[in-house]
Design a binder for this molecule. Sequence first.
Ligand code: 6GU
Length: 254
Amino acid sequence: MALRIDILTLFPEMFEGPGPLSSSMIGRARAAGQVDIRIRNIRDWTHDRHRVADDTPYGGGAGMVMKPEPLVEAIETVRREGGAGNSRSKVVYLTPAGELFNQAVARRFAQLDHLILICGHYEGIDERVRDLAIDEEVSIGDYVLTGGELPAMVVTDAVVRLLPGVLGNPDSARQESFMDHILDYPVYTRPEEFRGVRVPAVLLSGHHAQIQRWRRKMALKRTAERRPDLLERAALTPEDRLLLDEIRKEKAAG
Ligand code: 6GU
């Protein structure tokens, strides 16, 4: 059974037209039936003439709060549609107050049958929705966005590319998980010289083992410079430690 993703939003137009969820790898995965992505308008679960989905906060203060009734009814409906009881499903609220999204969370979501993403707006959702209908809260980083729509696209992209058969190379997602804690090595393509800058000679040498060693060394160097926090969590081999020693010596030598 293909993963189903429902995205509940007050702004479905943000997902309309040829966008990130209709293009490239995600677009192809949808066309091939590897994932079933549905954009749902929360306003469709309001019952008043003006389709009001928000209201002022009790206790006063700035901004508006998303009302509980339409949101909880929307979640109940889509959970039922997805086969609720007999499928692995999760209701995830996208909020800057959530836990940080990362590759491990993406891998966990990729195991589900049904992922329901709730896009927050304004000052947030009524707390009772959290208590009654939300399984997890997720943030995509330490900055504030106007709403959960872009985060929903980010989460969807990260999850769908992990689904079996979606990546061109069936092995590359697995290989990548092994490499998770190390940044990518630099890559080059033709021409051999561009604006006076040459491609590193080792890459033209045809010496496979040397090329592998150079790539690993550059990846470790980048990670040490930019993300020392990742390096601490990485599973380093004895060869990696030798390469890191080399990098440190080269740095000390200037
Ligand atoms: Cl999930 N929502 C909003 N509004 N801002 C964010 C975020 C989510 N993650 C990072 N910033």
